[in-house]
Design a protein around this ligand. Structure first.
Ligand code: ACM
Length: 475
């Protein structure tokens, strides 16, 4: 019998029967336990007319099983279909990245996204906490990071390409911002743990630091201004205002990473590393002096210095470093996890060099790209479109990796960059239902056809409605 209640992601093995289990309170009637004889990632769920039992090889697998049970129970309304499911994920890292820097997102909206992730057995929330347009985490000893860096006076309106003359730009005139206290983030971590979702923080460095430099000019390359005063960025794109090379800048990195590492118990810590222009370093006397001191011949080597410094701070905190794929161009520790975003060939390149990799390739895993053509869709990043079908059918992990390389692919992650996503409702619209397709691919669900998936999804969307998620309706 085929799946009568449309599970998403589809389990790798499920045997449905036409019998049902009657339970007025299925959660309290469910028997649950860890069984150490099972593989750590596997759960086994049996629902028979006599009752329901869930066992799993670890607490994490138990969370996956509970989330499957939640879908079955929500879809069934009292008469619960009987099934034997034995399931484990293809990938350990099934992620969603949310950029809370370009637009601040209240904690309640993040909790809703965690609920929705859990429903889809996605288990890593990667929080992009800092960027040129806003600094979102309170750091002791640096109050101006959030007082100044957490807010911008206005935001560019419409699609920004970077080619416009300043007088061609329109701004909304509205102050935007916000930040999280460390206690709020600790509570969010606990909220995630209770639902099987680990939060991995990102402090993007040494580029994407304009908000921090606006707050503390001494962290930048031109501390006394010299006519280059910096404010929190009001347009999108890549900023030249990167961290300077002073001892103060490195101490800042140590303080921030140390405090953020203490908030998030995850064994992973993302240090960004993407899109770091070297222009300011080229023009800074101090950067030149530091290069001599460090024995560097190329300005670009400075980024590797930051990577190695950050990695050593984080190692003392028991964390492994994750970075966007640009960090492969500089010095980096062997145990770095490379998050591949620019193109699919990067997965082969990183794993070929022996690095563990998370596949986050922008085409089609940037869910901030539009999901359909037409004027009725909200303004989205760039002109590229990634439809639900594109996401479902894409080859995310190159199929020509050898066995050693394939074993280094930790998982798959969708991204939601928020330049054009100003609130939680729009975030949900951009995420869903494409994130349902990502969940299937990341779980390793057996796939029949897009038509079959779409049919199952049609019924699954009722669960998203029950959660109050503002998904984009199917075409
Ligand atoms: C990125 O999109 N800059 C990682």
């Amino acid at each position: 019998m085929s799946d009568p209640i449309a599970l998403v992601p589809r389990p790798r093995s499920a045997v449905w029967s036409s019998a049902t289990w009657s339970s007025a309170d299925p959660w309290s009637d469910l028997t649950v336990g860890v069984n150490e004889d099972l593989p750590r990632t596997e759960y086994s769920l049996t629902i028979s007319p006599q009752g329901a039992t869930l066992t799993a090889g670890s607490e994490a697998a138990l969370a996956d099983g509970r989330n499957t049970f939640a879908q079955i129970v929500t879809g069934a309304q009292g008469e619960i279909p009987c099934v034997i499911i034995s399931d484990s994920p293809r990938y350990a890292w099934r992620g969603l990245h949310i950029d809370v820097a370009r637009h601040f997102l209240p904690i309640a909206e993040l909790e809703t996204m965690i609920d929705a992730m859990a429903l889809h057995r996605l288990n890593v929330l990667h929080l992009h906490l800092t960027d040129d347009q806003g600094w979102r985490v309170e750091i002791d000893g640096y109050p101006r990071l959030t007082e100044v860096g957490g807010f911008r006076d206005r935001t560019v309106v419409g699609r920004w390409t970077g080619t416009e003359a300043p007088e061609e730009l329109t701004f909304d005139g509205e102050r935007h911002g916000g930040f999280y206290t460390q206690d709020q983030l600790r509570d969010l971590v606990a909220y995630g743990i209770n639902r099987g979702v680990m939060i991995v923080p990102e402090i993007d460095l040494p580029g994407h630091m304009q908000a921090a430099v606006a707050a503390y000019p001494e962290l930048g390359n031109f501390p006394d201004g010299q006519g280059r005063e910096v404010e929190v960025r009001e347009v999108w794109g890549i900023s030249d205002h990167v961290l300077g090379t002073s001892d103060a800048a490195f101490e800042f990195v140590r303080d921030v990473l140390g405090q953020v590492a203490d908030i998030f118990p995850a064994p992973f810590f993302h240090i960004g590393g993407d899109e770091c222009p070297t222009t300011e370093w080229e023009h800074s006397t101090q950067a030149r002096e530091r290069m001599n001191e460090w024995g560097f011949s190329r300005v670009s080597e400075i980024q590797g210095r930051f990577t190695m410094f950050a990695a050593s701070v984080l190692k003392d905190k028991g964390k492994q470093v994750v970075g966007w794929d640009e960090i492969l161009e500089g010095q980096l520790p062997d145990d770095t996890i490379v998050m591949n975003w620019r193109d699919a060939d990067g997965v082969a390149a990183a794993t070929g060099r022996g690095f563990r990799t998370v596949v986050a390739t922008e085409d089609p895993l940037y869910l901030n790209f539009g999901q359909a053509k037409g004027d009725s869709e909200p303004l989205a990043m760039g002109s590229r479109i990634a439809t639900l079908k594109d996401v479902y059918e894409a080859t995310l992990v190159p199929d020509d990796l050898d066995a050693a390389q394939a074993s280094l692919v930790l998982g798959i992650q969708a991204q939601l960059w928020t330049e054009y996503i100003a609130d939680g409702r729009l975030l949900q619209y951009m995420a869903f239902p494409r994130l349902c397709a990502v969940a299937e691919r990341a779980w390793g669900s057996p796939s029949e056809s897009f038509a079959e998936f779409e049919e199952r999804l049609g019924r699954h969307l009722e669960r998203l409605s029950a959660l109050g998620i503002a998904y984009r309706p199917l075409d």
